[in-house]
Design a protein around this ligand. Structure first.
Ligand SMILES: [Fe+2]
Ligand SMILES: [Fe+2]
Length: 296
């Protein structure tokens, strides 16, 4: 049996951000306005909750941590560094992929800040020197990190894409891995909690291509964030495997993370929800998923 903790969308920020003139004419300005006037109060306890969550997972015999992106608010280096410190990256084994906020602008994406600060959680098997995708073996399972954050130009564009080259490497990596369950981790969902597709401005633009590679490569489970309410499907439309959205770990009233015990192709999940009165996490929803592949 392996025990995983899956959390996402912590959206930490930091003081002393190094704004440049170019940032004021980039997506960072609208993202900052959105944060300052709409989201800041929702994430007011984010730092405290991450601290409590890390204490919680350390007490619960977790084998491996999974972080599915959006560590930051604006993707500044100082924010990524602070998020990695708060998550104690490297102290426990883990896997991390970036979200659209971590690649807030093209420059943020190209800076390599996420990959630098989360490096211990991106160790693993990969194709040549390419950072993504990568695979980590945890007991009888493979965790496969895929990057779909792209660093978009326009303020309204929160979409992502894996890209043809990474898809080709993913195909090769999946073909090379030994036997065992295959758990794909990416920031973007297959569908909304309603089962409907994500919008063009907020979803994964090459979703069908990624689903095709995942299906052919024997993926058994798709873990993601991006949407801030948690949900799961045993078999969403277009997929041959289950999917779990972790939701946000830190947003007011949605704060939770998932704990998954996997044994013999069966996943037992417990959603651990933050209790602000007790300042601790407690069990909430439980559910089970079958990880054997289904026919499309
Ligand atoms: Fe998010
Ligand atoms: Fe996101």
């Amino acid at each position: 049996m392996i025990r995983l903790a899956h959390f996402s969308d912590i959206h930490l920020s930091a003081s002393g951000l190094d704004w440049t003139l170019r940032d004021w004419f980039s997506k960072r300005l609208t993202s900052w306005l959105n944060h300052r006037f709409r989201r800041r109060h929702k994430f007011g306890l984010a730092d405290e909750i991450v601290e409590r969550m890390m204490s919680d997972v350390q007490e619960r015999c977790i084998d491996h941590l999974i972080f599915s992106g959006d560590a930051t608010t604006l993707g500044f280096d100082a924010e990524v560094r602070r998020a990695a410190e708060a998550l104690q990256v490297g102290r426990m084994p883990g896997l991390a992929v970036p979200g659209n906020h971590d690649y807030c602008t093209l420059r943020a994406a190209r800076s390599g800040a996420f990959e630098r600060h989360f490096a211990p959680w991106q160790e693993g098997r990969r194709i040549g020197d390419h950072r993504y995708p990568f695979a980590q073996q945890v007991g009888p399972a493979w965790l496969i990190g895929v990057n779909a954050a792209t660093g978009n130009r326009w303020p309204w564009d929160a979409a992502g894409s894996v890209g043809a080259e990474q898809l080709q490497r993913l195909k090769q990596l999946l073909a090379e891995l030994g036997p065992g369950l295959r758990i794909l981790v990416v920031h973007y969902p297959i569908c909304l909690s309603s089962g409907r597709p994500e919008s063009f401005r907020h979803g994964l633009r090459d979703l069908n291509a990624l689903l095709g590679v995942a299906h052919a490569g024997g993926v058994n489970l798709w873990l993601h964030g991006h949407r801030h309410s948690p949900y799961y499907f045993q078999q969403p439309t277009g997929a041959s495997f289950p999917v779990i959205c972790a939701g946000t770990a830190t947003q007011r009233d949605l704060w939770s993370y998932g704990e998954y015990a996997i044994d013999d192709g069966q996943l037992q999940a417990v959603r651990r929800v933050y209790d602000p009165a007790g300042r601790c996490f407690r069990d909430a929803q439980t559910f089970a998923l079958q990880l054997t592949a289904h026919k499309l």
